[in-house]
Ligand binder design. Structure first.
Ligand code: XMP
Length: 513
């Protein structure tokens, strides 16, 4: 591996991805590996600049509790143990771990020893809040360790052995609630491990372009481009690597937002690639005629997508490589590298079975979403593309309740456009993670001028979320909602009522179908 890197040994902690993201924010490359899939020999061969142990749900005394061999601490590689990882370090090295009288959970006032390099930065005060989440604690430190932090309930909230470069923190520096947590991680990876910070997206782009070029040689590469962030950044990267050996197929199913299909095409107009836009709107609408069940809609769209893609790919003939926009959270969530192929199938709805190709390439598979965005900027993609919100594969088809018609699509597109415009006008477009309009199948009575109307109800949805697994509805100011509502009922035909969705996920989902 060319970059200095940190190995993150995962003991099943809920914040494993967060630790990795924080390390990378310090411009240091890292990889998360399940603790039981890495041997001492692997570590010796891999020669990481440092190792971080994540937290985990176990107690070190539990039956079959995850552990590491004592020799790991004798490799001369710095180690930082977090939460369970800190207890494990204490236990394996001969200290004692005990159960707290009361579990410590949440924001906790913590006193730090500024002599310890983790807490040595000027901006880090002697007392600050840390995020605790534990039932066990280090009751007795192993020999050679010094205490470096404490709370009212936790006598050893941090400990270290400077000579052996072993550090342990009971709290979670990776969580935002820990004040200056990122500084502590920076101190570990940069000062203790001596990493210089050579992980930048500029570097990455250069290396990835070279690697792809070598691998692909004179072969042909095929990519399904949706216009989403991942596939767009991938297209940009591949274009720089192999130019016209790349063909991007953009299946326009007709369910994109207003002007979006043209925007995707325009975004790639100046790139050195073969860009094929397939206008398949009539085909998709035809298949969906009379269908209103959400699951049936999704299935039909998925299948039709494959059919259209396949037909187009056949025109190119045999391709050597199929490129996919798999990113690191998918890889970590699958638990190991092994499940990647299954995920790859999943990502493009089973394409590999239909298209004749030699190998899959996934040049983004080690990147987090925020890194993919930065890479996109680095490669010269527009801000609009790089900061695009998630948009479901089936597009507006799952934002129209009931049967999909051309007329309904037009109504929704116009209303959604106004909503997005007003959110941007209010300066809320970066703070709300996802926002869109939904055309319900409900009609109600209204009055416009002197006339009675009987028209559709439009729902607005806007959520704040970090992982899209749970979400809060966004507290959009009433004044902004008022402008949206007024403009929509005035400017969009067939809508006479606008409602705002104030449910969280769970129990609701973000999309309505
Ligand atoms: P839900 O509605 O399940 O959505 O709360 C969570 C996130 O996933 C997006 N989403 C999709 N993305 N294909 C996608 O690529 C899909 O079929 C799909 N369905 C939902 C949704 O927009 C939200 O960000």
């Amino acid at each position: 591996m060319e970059h200095q890197h940190i190995l993150i040994l995962d003991f099943g902690g809920q914040y494993n991805q967060l630790i990795a993201r924080r390390v990378r924010e310090c411009s240091v490359y890292c990889e998360v590996r399940p603790y039981n899939k890495v041997t001492l020999d692997d570590i010796r061969a891999d020669a990481p600049a440092g190792i971080i142990f994540t937290g985990g749900p176990n107690s070190v005394y539990g039956e079959g509790a995850p552990s590491v061999p004592k020799e790991l601490f004798e490799l001369g590689i710095p180690v930082l143990g977090i939460c369970y990882g800190s207890q494990l370090m204490a236990y394996v090295l001969g200290g004692e771990v005990a159960t707290c009288i009361t579990s410590e959970y949440g924001k906790t006032e913590t006193e730090y020893d500024k002599d310890c390099v983790l807490f040595s930065a000027d901006e880090l005060p002697k007392k600050a809040v840390s995020w605790m989440s534990h039932t066990d604690y280090i009751a007795k430190m192993p020999e050679g360790f010094k205490k470096a932090a404490q709370t009212w309930n936790c006598p050893v909230a941090a400990m270290y052995n400077e000579e052996k470069k072993l550090y342990a923190v009971q709290f979670h520096p990776e969580v935002n609630h820990t004040e200056h947590g990122i500084t502590m991680i920076y101190n570990f990876v940069r000062k203790v491990c001596g990493c210089s910070g050579d992980w930048t997206m500029g570097n990455y782009a250069e290396t990835a372009i070279k690697t792809v070029r070598e691998k692909v040689g004179s072969g042909k590469v095929l990519l399904a481009l949706s216009g989403g962030v991942d596939s767009s950044v991938l297209a940009a990267l591949l274009s720089k690597a192999v130019g016209r050996q790349l063909t991007c197929i953009f299946v326009d199913h007709g369910f994109m937002r207003k002007h979006e299909g043209d925007e995707v095409e325009a975004a790639f107009a100046d790139w050195d690639i073969n860009f094929v836009r397939v206008d398949a709107k009539e085909q998709f609408l035809g298949k969906l005629r009379g269908v209103s069940d959400p699951e049936k809609k999704r299935k039909i769209i998925g299948e039709e997508f494959i059919r259209v893609f396949e037909a187009e790919a056949k025109k190119i003939g045999r391709v050597d490589f199929l490129a996919q926009g798999t990113i690191y959270p998918d890889v970590i969530e699958s638990g190991s590298g092994d499940a990647a192929v299954i995920k790859s199938h999943h990502n493009v709805g089973g394409l590999p079975d239909y298209v004749d190709f030699k190998e899959i390439i996934e040049p983004l598979r080690m990147l987090f979403k925020d890194e993919v965005r930065r890479l996109g900027t680095e490669l010269g993609l527009s801000e609009t593309l790089v900061w695009r919100q998630p948009f479901p594969g089936p597009g507006l088809a799952v934002r129209i309740m009931g049967e999909i018609t051309d007329e309904k699509l037009e109504i929704l597109r116009d209303a959604d456009h106004i909503f997005r415009e007003e959110i941007a006008n209010a300066g809320l477009d970066r703070s709300i993670n996802q926002y869109f309009a939904v055309l319900t199948d409900n009609r109600s009575v209204g009055v416009m001028g002197d006339f009675r109307t009987y028209d559709y109800t439009l729902a607005l949805r806007a959520v704040e979320t970090s992982d899209f697994m749970t979400a809060e509805f966004s507290r959009i100011p009433y004044e902004v909602l008022e402008v949206c509502s007024r403009r929509i009922v005035n400017e969009v035909k067939n809508i006479n009522r606008v409602v705002y969705d104030i449910t969280t996920k769970p129990p609701a989902t973000i999309e309505w179908e």
